[in-house]
Design a protein around this ligand. Structure first.
Ligand SMILES: [Zn+2]
Length: 189
């Protein structure tokens, strides 16, 4: 584990690499600000999926799709340390237990606030739903724009990457997948 002081020194080194000198006024507190912003951006390491998904309720026989869509998130690409952001659609079909709806948003944040690639976030959320809720099916679709594609490299400003993980009935049955896609595309309130 690296100390906060060491992390701040590393940021100072980067500032010197970028500008040659890190002593002008605007940069004096930059190492502190950067490291403190990391504490927030990477706060997902402090949480466990099983804790987030532990508060469940009796589903009272509900056996349809539960979908939380348009969950906005902000993450960091592990290859370039560039931000990527977008929205996630998270769905499951309960067997006996339903989970508090805000937990579906929290599980997205838990994975987004780590060093990531989009594919891993998508799979991890589906894995967590399967292992903690034992649902008939779980589905995760993520659409995101990647900073490392926009400001460097191929410099594509409008490209959106979509990833999906389909488990259980969403994988096995095209009817379940079609109903899910219809719900995701239904008009905004
Ligand atoms: Zn990248």
């Amino acid at each position: 584990m690296t100390s906060k002081e060491k992390a701040m020194e590393a940021v100072s080194t980067l500032l010197k690499y970028i500008e040659g000198d890190d002593s002008r006024e605007g940069l004096i507190d930059t190492p502190k600000r950067v490291v403190e912003s990391f504490d927030e951006i990477f706060s997902g390491y402090k949480m466990e999926p099983s804790q987030v998904l532990s508060s469940t309720f009796n589903g009272e026989g509900y056996d349809g799709i539960v979908l939380l869509r348009n969950i906005e998130f902000h993450s960091t690409c592990e290859h370039h340390l560039q931000p990527f952001k977008g929205r996630a659609h998270v769905a499951y079909i309960p067997t006996e237990r339903i989970v508090g709806i805000s937990k579906l948003a929290r599980i997205v944040d838990l994975h987004a606030r780590r060093l990531q690639n989009q594919e891993r976030i998508t799979n991890s959320i589906a894995d967590d739903l399967e292992s903690n809720l034992d649902p008939l099916g779980a589905a995760v679709i993520i659409e995101a724009a990647h900073g490392c594609m926009q400001c460097r490299g191929v410099k594509k400003q409008n490209s959106i990457m979509t990833t999906s993980a389909m488990r259980g009935v969403f994988f096995d049955k095209s009817e379940a997948r079609s109903e899910l896609m219809q719900l995701i595309r239904s008009p905004e309130l």
